[in-house]
Design a protein around this ligand. Sequence first.
Ligand SMILES: Nc1ncnc2c1ncn2[C@@H]1O[C@H](COP(=O)(O)OP(=O)(O)OP(=O)(O)O)[C@@H](O)[C@H]1O
Ligand SMILES: [Mg+2]
Length: 404
Amino acid sequence: MDRITVIIAENELTEREKLKGQLANEQDIEVIGEARDGKECLELVKRHQPAVVIIKEDLPIVNGLTVAEQLSSEMPEVGVILILTGSEGQEVWHKMLRAGIKEFLTRPFPVDRLLEEVRKVHGIQSKAAKRMTAATPSAPVEPEGPKRRVITITGPRGGCGKTVIAANLAVALAGVSEKVALVDLNLWGGDVAMLLDVSPKRTLGDLLPGFGGIDYDVVDSVMSKHASGVSVLAAPLTGTFDGSTLSRYMVQSILEALRENYEYTVIDTGYANLESTLAAMDYSDLILVVVGMDLPRLRDGKLYLKNLLAANYPKEKIRVIVNRSTNSKEISASEVETILEFPVTTQIPSDDALVGSSVNLGQAFVSSSPGKPVSKAILALAETVSPMATSAKKRSGKWFSFMQ
Ligand SMILES: Nc1ncnc2c1ncn2[C@@H]1O[C@H](COP(=O)(O)OP(=O)(O)OP(=O)(O)O)[C@@H](O)[C@H]1O
Ligand SMILES: [Mg+2]
């Protein structure tokens, strides 16, 4: 078995010995060099080309982050793990993002974390190397993988249930796919993370300063995992972010990175006419338009749908969802379609008690109460957005087991 070769860059002798000791007992890891400053680290790495280099951020002569930045651009095949003290400012974090360095350990860390990180970085690097080889022109073209879906949830008005639907739809999709991303584009006070009781360490706001090039590793480093398996890209915490700087280009770069890595990307949006909302819609395979169930809201819905068509969004991309459909006794389902002049894909009933408590508890109702009509409606919606829409039920039966 090839061992994972490692170089350690740490100026303090005791810490260096400690790191070395922690790695020494592992069969699959071999420490092949030690550096006491940044300059020596660069020389050693160039000479020995280790699989992984562990670099303390605060190194003398050439600082560790500068070394890491240089290595990731000049020797991308070498995996870098940065060791932080935890007292570094945001600036260090943003520089790391810019350089695409997302593997780091903050002292103190248990030996298990160190070993896990070394193996993980090595695994990522080996996969990347294989991808590079596979990408040579002579390599056979890979058969097309499963179809990806990027789904934007929008609506003509605020408060119509976009966030509730986006969060529950993503959790429902996690029942059939391990690769589901949920993005909160509500730049001011987005509440996706709260609805799913996720405490994000990083948010969309952290991507901004690092925007020299957004690749998947960078986006992945700011995502948080929900218990259902959904990866959440949370909105910036209120008051820490100037929303006007989220450009079309940036939204699309983020979505591009997510599409590569997730089967489903569900996007919760803010105001309909924001550049970020439009960018998400442009990039999406499906646009779910949520409308409310009373005449003024339906009229808004009709106008909004007309505008989408006038703006050349293809009709087949657009799906209409009537939320709180049981709220009106006066308007029937068929009348809704007449008013909207658009077919309705899903009607989601009202359930104040369940939706209210699910919002307050941060629990998706599709998983806490899958048998309730409101949950069934979202599970059915999930089925319609799946690229395998017609075969999913037969194939896995998972949709059904979810609904029981
Ligand atoms: N089907 C439903 N039954 C009962 N209550 C609902 C339903 N859908 C949404 N709600 C309630 O409506 C409120 C608004 O929903 P939500 O926050 O999802 O709307 P939104 O469109 O995301 O609003 P905003 O535009 O402000 O982001 C929520 O607090 C939720 O409790
Ligand atoms: Mg919302």
